[in-house]
Design a protein around this ligand. Structure first.
Ligand code: HEM
Length: 262
């Protein structure tokens, strides 16, 4: 049934429906309430975990050879039409919402307790959320670096022949597609990049280890009966991402994906 218009008619714009008028204050109240913000941090966090797992599975194609990963990257960027921009926009929005709400929740909880606990070690929730903010900040900085490295390709160049350098963006394969394979191989045959990615993956593991469980708890799924299952799920998700990403970093470093340039 069509929504009926009961509100005032704006002289310049289309009439706002009663549903829209009710939704705006609801969204504002949801974002403003502590419980609403916690639920949104949990949901956006789980969404980001989904992206990281999906991204890792796609990147493992590096071990199937240049054609597999280059075709996959080409498909994502050029065959999905506007869907890829909708996905990128949603990912960015989810990321910003997750970060902004988490920072605000932390600031509110500090403001609500200006005097620190007498025995900080015994207050698990506070210690965990403090770690979450720091590990989250490191992961956020890593994502910025990672975009500069693999998406905008500003960080390093590849030596394609002795004394001849190319930007990652100029690497193409025999079919003229962006050579994502060579880009990843160039990345993880560079020792300082291996070290940086390794540290970032360990911090991401720490963030996910607590984050996944805590999201389920916020969503009310971690009761006494399911607590061990939720703990196991949180560990499994965090460990799978760590193992998959480090397999790419060290696998490439050890030559499991041999260079096709040079
Ligand atoms: C060893 C681990 C990783 C590898 C090998 C890797 C590889 C890549 C590559 C090759 C690209 C560029 C794809 C292209 O231009 O076609 C990319 C983009 C990206 N990566 Fe990663 N990545 C890793 C970990 C991560 C992690 C942990 C995150 C998030 C926490 C992440 C977030 C992103 C984002 C947001 C993009 C941009 C996607 C887009 O352009 O739409 N990556 N990654």
């Amino acid at each position: 049934m069509a929504a009926t218009h009961t509100g005032p008619r704006h002289p310049k714009g289309p009439p706002t429906t009663a549903a829209a008028q009710q939704a705006a204050p609801f969204l504002a109240a949801l974002l403003d309430s502590t419980v609403g913000a916690k639920v949104l941090v949990a949901l956006t966090g789980l969404g980001l975990v989904g992206f990281v797992v999906f991204h890792m599975i796609g990147n493992l194609k590096v071990f199937q050879g240049p054609d597999a990963i280059n075709a996959y990257a080409y498909f994502l960027k050029h065959s999905l039409g506007s869907l890829i921009w909708i996905a990128r926009g949603s990912l960015l929005a989810i990321f910003v919402l997750h970060l902004a709400l988490a920072v605000r929740l932390q600031a509110r909880s500090r403001a609500a307790r200006p005097v620190p606990y007498q025995f900080p070690g015994s207050v698990q929730a506070t210690a965990a959320s403090r770690t979450m903010l720091w590990s989250g900040a490191v992961v956020g900085l890593f994502v910025l670096f990672h975009l500069a490295h693999f998406t905008f390709c500003w960080v390093v160049q590849v030596e394609v022949a002795p004394g001849q350098f190319k930007s990652y963006l100029e690497l193409t394969d025999a079919q003229g597609r962006h050579d994502v394979y060579s880009m990843v191989v160039a990345g993880f045959t560079t020792p300082w990049l291996v070290a940086l990615y390794t540290v970032a993956q360990v911090v991401l593991f720490v963030h996910l280890l607590h984050g996944v469980q805590s999201s389920f708890q916020t969503l009310g799924l971690k009761n006494r009966r399911f607590a061990p299952v939720i703990r196991a799920l949180g560990f499994l998700a965090a460990f799978t991402v760590l193992a998959g990403n480090l397999a790419i970093v060290f696998g490439v470093m050890l030559g499991w994906a041999p260079p096709v340039y040079k």
